[in-house]
Design a binder for this molecule. Structure first.
Ligand code: NAX
Length: 327
């Protein structure tokens, strides 16, 4: 269709957004024939708003044919008006000496307000992706704060973890990433996340069988994926931005355009699949088609994977417990 769609992006002057907005405006997310209007949200302070203006000037200077409009906002109830996609990238980073509970509480406040704003003014079909950490719990909070919107439209980003895991497997096998199918990442976007290669295949053969090295899987692969964010900060002096933006594009494009049977990982509110309590926003392998995702069901767990699922669930429950009195 040539009617433009409204896309809200929060944290729009931050570094993930700086890598993301150009790609949305060039059509990488929703296709090369879909015009877009960007509704950008930043903190109201002068510095953030000035930086946002600068980003918008650059976007103008790109003369993107698909970019039909841009707006700068500091109030989510205006920024989210009629938006069909909401990319919630901005969140409160951990400050020096800040406790985990303080951080969770600060973000609970942000995502309660943003959930309410979506509930009040967004398109009734808005598709929401939470990137800002703690992403799963923030998505859960926004969903709880938006009772009139479809629960299943609130998702959290685990795609960066999925992509990191894919690349590590591909490198290990000396094969292109595109040949690997049926990889799953379970649970929380955090150190307990569980990249699971037991079902993965490459050209019809088991990836686990090809690699045939359980010690590598447990002692090298799992920690490499789990600590990749820290390794990037160590090397680059800044956290992942280009790869995070790529994961946003992948997550949204696949959700909207479908995966043609391929598995991808999305953090989605549980309907009880695999014994995860309802509504916990949990990383699951999914397939997408017709603008909807479906959790892959019927997979079996062994003792190791059961333990990993329980650990990542415990982390999510403890995050929820720390904030639920604030909702
Ligand atoms: P930056 O600090 O560069 O940018 C964040 C921006 O958000 C800032 O410009 C800030 O002013 C703005 N902001 C803060 N609170 C806001 C609010 N209430 N409303 C609107 N804007 C607000 O961080 P960046 O590197 O861009 O990362 C953004 C978020 O993504 C962080 O929370 C980060 O932890 C998270 N990440 C999550 C990933 C994932 O896989 N789920 C990977 C990438 C990234 O680290």
């Amino acid at each position: 269709s040539t009617k433009p769609v409204r896309i809200a992006v929060t944290g729009a002057a931050g570094q993930v957004s700086y890598a993301l907005l150009y790609r949305i405006a060039s059509g990488e997310m929703l296709g090369k024939d879909q015009p877009v209007i960007l509704q950008l949200l930043e903190l109201p302070n002068e510095k953030a708003q000035a930086a946002l203006k600068g980003v918008m000037m650059e976007l103008e200077d790109c003369a993107f044919p698909l970019l039909y409009g841009m707006e700068a906002h500091s109030d989510p109830t205006i920024a989210f008006k009629d938006t069909e996609y909401a990319l919630l990238v901005g969140s409160r980073p951990r400050g020096p000496g800040m406790e985990r509970t303080e951080l969770l509480a600060a973000n609970a406040q942000i995502f309660t307000a943003q959930g309410k704003a979506l509930d009040a003014v967004a398109s009734r079909n808005v598709k929401v992706l939470v990137v800002g950490n703690p992403a799963n719990t923030n998505a859960w909070i926004a969903m709880q704060s938006a009772p009139s919107l479809p629960r299943e439209n609130f998702t959290a980003m685990l795609r960066l973890d999925h992509n990191r895991a894919l690349s590590q497997l591909a490198i290990r096998m000396g094969k292109p990433v595109s040949l690997i199918k049926y990889l799953a990442v379970w649970g929380n976007h955090g150190s307990t996340m569980y990249p699971d290669y037991r079902f993965a295949s490459m050209e019809g053969e088991s990836v686990k069988g090809i690699i045939n090295d359980d010690a590598w899987y447990k002692d090298v692969f799992l920690p490499t994926v789990a600590k990749r964010g820290a390794a990037i900060i160590e090397a680059r002096g800044q956290s992942s931005a280009g790869s995070a933006a790529t994961a946003v594009i992948d997550h949204m494009r696949d959700w909207v355009m479908g995966t043609q049977g391929r598995w991808v990982t999305m953090g989605v509110p549980s309907n009880g699949e695999y014994g995860i309590p309802k509504n916990v926003v949990f990383g699951y392998p999914v397939t997408c088609s017709g603008g909807k995702y479906t959790v892959v069901e019927g997979l079996e767990f062994d003792e190791f994977s059961q333990d990993r699922i329980e650990r990542t669930l415990a982390e999510l429950i403890s995050e929820q417990d720390a904030v639920k009195h604030l909702l």
